[in-house]
Design a protein. Structure first.
Length: 319
C-alpha cells in the first residue's frame, strides 16, 4: 500500500529506476550501482556516512537507488568531470571533485555529444540481440550489470541533458574522505582527463580506479588527455599492488579486477608511448577517429594525426 506521504508518480519513478539500475553488494560496505553497459557507480559505506563515486548518466534518479542500500547519509565524490559520471550530481547537496575538474563540470554538455552517444547506445542494444544468445550458449561472460537494456519506458531521449554541476567541495592528491570506520584516500591520476582521481580504501585493500584504468578501451585520445600522464598514473597504481586486494572499474563487462592488472596496464602504456606496438585506426563510441593499441585484457587509444589533418583540410576547403 502506498503511504500517505508518497505519490503514485513517485512510486512509478522509483520502480522505473529500479528496473534501469542494477545493484549488488560486492564487498563489505561496497555496492555496485550499474547502468548496464553505460557506466558503473560505486557506493562505499562507513559507520557514519556513505559516498557514491560518480552519479552516472542522469537517465533516472540515482539518489533513491543509493539510499535504499544504506541508512547512512549519502554524498558524492566524482572521479572526473565527464558527462556520464556527473549526470545525477544535481540530486545531491554535497558533491566533491578534483579542483581541476570543478570548472569543467560546470560547462554545458553539447547536444551533439549526447545525440552521438544515443546513436551508440542504439547500436549496442541492437548488437546484444545477437551477442547475448551466443554468450549464453558458449561463454557466460555477460552478467546483469553488463547486459544492455532498453532505455526506460516513457523516458524522452530528446529532452535528455546533463545539468552543469557545481561542486560543494574540491579535492587534491592525498586528501582523505572520512566515512567513520573507513577512509578513502584521493589519488590524482590524470591522463584520461586532467582531473581524474582514484580512491583507495587502504584499510580494506580496495582501489576504485575511475577511468584511469579499464578492462577494455582506456581512452587517451581526447583533446585534454595525456598519454605520458596516463602512463605515470598507471605506474603509481601498479606500485600499490601489494596493498590492493581488489580493483573496481567504471566501464565495460569486467567491473572488478585483481591487483596485478595495473602492472599489465602500465606495461602496455609504456609500449604505446615508446611506439612499440601496432596502432589500428578506428573510431570511439561517438565516432571520433582514433588509433588503438590492443592488448590481451584492455586497449589504449591515442589521437590519429592523419584523421585530424584530413578533417582540418575539409574544413579549410569548405570555408
Amino acid at each position: 500500500m502506498t503511504s500517505p506521504d508518497r505519490t503514485l508518480a513517485t512510486d512509478e519513478l522509483e520502480a522505473r529506476a529500479a528496473a534501469w539500475f542494477f545493484t549488488r553488494q560486492v564487498a563489505a560496505g561496497v555496492w555496485l550501482i550499474a547502468e548496464p553497459q553505460h557506466v558503473y557507480t560505486w557506493m562505499v559505506e562507513g559507520s557514519e556516512r556513505a559516498v557514491i563515486l560518480d552519479t552516472g548518466m542522469g537517465i533516472l534518479p540515482i539518489r533513491p537507488v543509493a539510499e535504499r542500500l544504506t541508512k547512512r547519509p549519502v554524498s558524492v565524490v566524482n572521479t572526473h568531470y565527464h558527462f556520464d559520471h556527473i549526470g545525477g550530481n544535481f540530486e545531491f547537496e554535497e558533491t566533491a571533485i578534483h579542483e581541476i575538474g570543478a570548472p569543467l563540470a560546470e560547462q554545458e554538455v553539447p547536444r551533439e555529444l549526447l545525440d552521438a552517444y544515443l546513436d551508440y547506445a542504439d547500436r549496442q542494444l541492437a548488437a546484444a540481440v545477437t551477442v547475448l544468445p551466443l554468450d549464453r550458449e558458449y561463454l557466460w561472460l555477460l552478467a546483469p550489470e553488463s547486459i544492455p537494456r532498453p532505455f526506460p519506458e516513457g523516458w524522452n531521449r530528446d529532452e535528455w541533458s546533463i545539468r552543469p554541476s557545481h561542486a560543494a567541495a574540491t579535492m587534491r592528491d592525498g586528501d582523505r574522505i572520512d566515512l567513520g570506520d573507513r577512509a578513502l584516500t584521493v589519488i590524482h591520476a590524470p591522463g584520461h582527463s586532467p582531473d581524474g582521481i582514484c580512491l583507495f580504501d587502504e584499510k580494506n585493500g580496495l582501489l576504485f580506479a575511475g577511468d584511469s584504468s579499464n578492462a577494455g578501451p582506456i581512452y587517451a585520445h581526447f583533446p585534454d588527455s595525456d598519454l605520458g600522464e596516463l602512463t605515470r598514473s598507471a605506474h603509481r597504481l601498479a606500485s600499490l599492488a601489494e596493498d590492493v586486494d581488489a580493483a573496481f572499474f567504471h566501464h565495460y563487462g569486467r567491473p572488478v579486477a585483481e591487483r596485478d592488472f595495473f602492472a599489465e596496464i602500465a606495461a602496455g602504456l609504456e609500449r604505446v608511448a615508446a611506439g612499440d606496438t601496432e596502432l589500428v585506426p578506428g573510431e570511439d563510441i561517438i565516432g571520433t577517429p582514433m588509433l588503438e593499441a590492443r592488448f590481451d585484457h584492455f586497449s589504449v587509444t591515442v589521437e590519429d594525426p592523419e584523421a585530424e589533418a584530413a578533417v582540418l583540410t575539409v574544413q579549410e576547403e569548405a570555408s
